[in-house]
Design a protein around this ligand. Structure first.
Ligand code: HEM
Length: 155
């Protein structure tokens, strides 16, 4: 595709990808901080619910972490394979570190795409479940997701 573009269009694509990678890395760093916080403090208990729903809720929470970490690792491999330095928000340039084999690139491409679209599914599922708790089961699940100053009860 790049072969049919003029230089300004190529610049535009490279710029958009730099946004993509900078935002992706930021999401990863925020998620890492969130994971450290989650493991070092006690999570609020789930409201009483059927064991299968409780299992689903906890499993989905961990799938979010797994998906974001998977996107970071596969995205990073793709970037190294393409041999483009990342200019993190045009502030810090991250150099290339590894040589990537073609097989690893193919696998990373498949993983990145699959996980990215799965993540959209997780977000929809999470949103649907939260609304189901709020409007159908009428429990405190959705309120419990708010920060304490917006009404969530603390332990
Ligand atoms: C929340 C994080 C991210 C999401 C949701 C995401 C999503 C996506 C999606 C949907 C594509 C297009 C896939 C396709 O249709 O083939 C893509 C491509 C790509 N992403 Fe990400 N991404 C994320 C993070 C990252 C990070 C952190 C990097 C690099 C450090 C990265 C590097 C790339 C590259 C190089 C491609 C092009 C792949 C190709 O050659 O086809 N991404 N990403």
């Amino acid at each position: 595709m790049l072969a049919t573009m003029d230089l300004s269009q190529i610049d535009q694509v490279v710029g958009l990808f730099n946004w993509h990678k900078s935002i992706g890395i930021t999401v990863f760093l925020l998620m890492l901080a969130r994971l450290i916080w989650r493991l070092s403090t006690k999570a609020p208990p789930l409201v009483p619910m059927a064991p299968v729903l409780a299992f689903g809720a906890r499993a989905l929470q961990w799938m979010f972490y797994l998906a974001v970490f998977g996107l970071f690792v596969s995205g990073y491999i793709l970037n190294e394979a393409a041999a483009h330095n990342i200019d993190f928000f045009w502030i810090v340039e991250i150099p290339l570190f590894f040589e990537i084999e073609e097989a690893a690139e193919t696998l990373a491409k498949l993983a990145h795409k699959t996980v990215a679209f799965s993540l959209i599914g997780f977000v929809l599922l999470h949103t649907g479940a939260a609304l189901y708790h709020h409007f159908h089961l009428r429990d405190e699940t959705l309120i419990g997701m708010l920060p304490s100053w917006r009404g969530a009860k603390q332990e």
